[in-house]
Design a protein around this ligand. Sequence first.
Ligand SMILES: Nc1ncnc2c1ncn2[C@@H]1O[C@H](COP(=O)(O)OP(=O)(O)OP(=O)(O)O)[C@@H](O)[C@H]1O
Ligand SMILES: [Mg+2]
Length: 650
Amino acid sequence: MSMFGGGFGGPGAGGGGALGRGGGLNKSPEGLAFAGIPPELLDGVQKLEAVEARNPLITPDEKFRHVAEVRRPLSLTALAVGRWGLFVSACVMLLLETLLLQAGPLLIQVGIDKGITPRDLPVLIGAAVAFIVSVFASWVASSARMRQTGRLAADATRDLRVRVFAHLQRLSLDYFTSEKAGVIMTRMTSDIESLQNLLSDGLAQFVIQGLTMVVVTVVLFTYNVELALITLLVVVPALTIASLWFRRAADQGYRRQRDAIAAMYADLSESLYGVRVVTAYDRQEQNVVEHRAVVGRYRDANNFTGHISAVYGPGTSVIGLVGMALLLLVGGHMVLDGKLSVGELTAFVLYLNAFFAPVQQLVQLYTSYQQGRAAVVKLRDLLNTQPAVPESASAQPLPPAQGEIVFDDVTFGYLPDRPVLKDVTLTIRPGETIACVGPTGAGKSTLAKLVNRFYDPQSGAVRIDGHDLRDITLASLRRQIGVVPQEPFLFAGSIRDNVSFARPEATDDEIWAAIDAVGLRELVERTPLGLDAPLHERGQSVSSGQRQLLALARAFLAEPRVVVLDEATSNLDLQSELRVERALDRLLEGRTALLVAHRLTTAMRADRIVVVDGGGIVETGSHAELVQRGGAYARMHATWEAHADISSAV
Ligand SMILES: Nc1ncnc2c1ncn2[C@@H]1O[C@H](COP(=O)(O)OP(=O)(O)OP(=O)(O)O)[C@@H](O)[C@H]1O
Ligand SMILES: [Mg+2]
């Protein structure tokens, strides 16, 4: 049994068949993606919903605007310092944490020199107790700091996610044509995640380790300038050289890693979206081989960074240990000469160790810092990408439209030097239905896309009621234009959600009226869930004819002033086509319409037909006029008639 019973599609339409038996969203049988919430999870989901309803952080309070607000460019500093209160208190805690952590060796020195050597038990106990207190205090400071940086990171990345998402919504179609979905996904997932890691712990660790090195250096010098100089002179140059090398190598390795991750996501999303074609052409093996190559490059990049870390990490340990041995020799000599106490030498050795631990940490942190910085650069580029179809700051809302559409000497191409339409001039009167016909690739869909400003012409202008489309707000324009694209898109969600997409506040009666108009009532009624029947991701569970009808119902419900239909009836059987054409008559009544038509039966019903070919309009007129004229349309018509004769003869 198919989702819509036997009449439409077939049982093979994407697994929708099983839905009929479910009897309720939550009772859907297993194995169906997006078919509802499994009963065992229902409790949890309800609890979560109750929490979300109370939590102001989760309520969507963002408003979408086509014009981006002017904001500070994205940077790590802006993100970290963006929340002053949290940032300052985290810094204070950081300082406290670092100082407390370095109290240990000092207290040991006091214990040895003032407690053990002079055999003064109370001092020894005092030092030990102070040590324990400092450890606990640093624990408190450190957990407070982690809570603050954690919140800082969570808040900052949440805002960033929304900001990037809003910007993606703002960008024009050309961006999504040129940028792979997988790469955009990488920006939103792994890039933002690496930023979150960096903000929640990385940066703080950076500060702690850096501060520790400063504190330790100061302490070493206060203990004994000579010894401090000797040690640092031996250790620091070697360390600097190693670190500079590592920095260069890590930069390169990290760039390779980022590119490889993006390539991996891109490949994955392509093969997921194209799964039908892949299966049909049995390309799985080839795909696996290709994916293996892509994944292999990621592995190589990981190997490379692993390799350089493996050289650098142990290398710095060696430098540190050699330094320590030297310290024992030189410092021990000083103790023998009475220039240094045993406690001081012990503290010295411990501090030198404390000097090296941060270096090791910084190695790891450098990578995560690099990741975060690279993510910021990529996200900043994305946020700086301007929509190709911008809303001008002075744009006015379009008043309720009469629906006159004028193409005034319009030239447009997707690539600057390759015009698809050249000097096209056309006036569509209010209420008129224009059908656009022509060979494949002629530019019919392109003409349709210019009407609701998916793209701007390179020269000339498109006007509605005399307003240049560039001078009116995008929201007001698109609210008044109903579009059924050549490949309609349905979202994962119910039939109701999909039909009421343009007017979410529509009542059930209105939705049913729209469904009636496209002749889907019977089919929707046949599913037990009716309007709540789920449509799977991208509408895969319905046939393409049904997708077209649902998209048409969506346009119906929106009650636009202007209707743009691209091949609205191309995937329908004859009976449904007739039904849709009747529906179209109702939809188009009193509205301006641009129909891109492959079927001449659709074209014939229009008030006027324009024939697009070779980058321009070659003929305009009613069906009868054009047939009489004996031009391109007449030839198309003759071919069609001959074909229809043959079909009816068979
Ligand atoms: N996003 C794009 N980027 C670059 N070129 C494009 C893009 N979309 C379409 N084209 C090119 O523009 C030309 C016109 O395309 P269009 O989609 O308008 O054709 P059409 O007349 O609607 O064809 P069909 O009847 O097959 O739907 C084609 O040559 C096509 O290759
Ligand atoms: Mg087309």
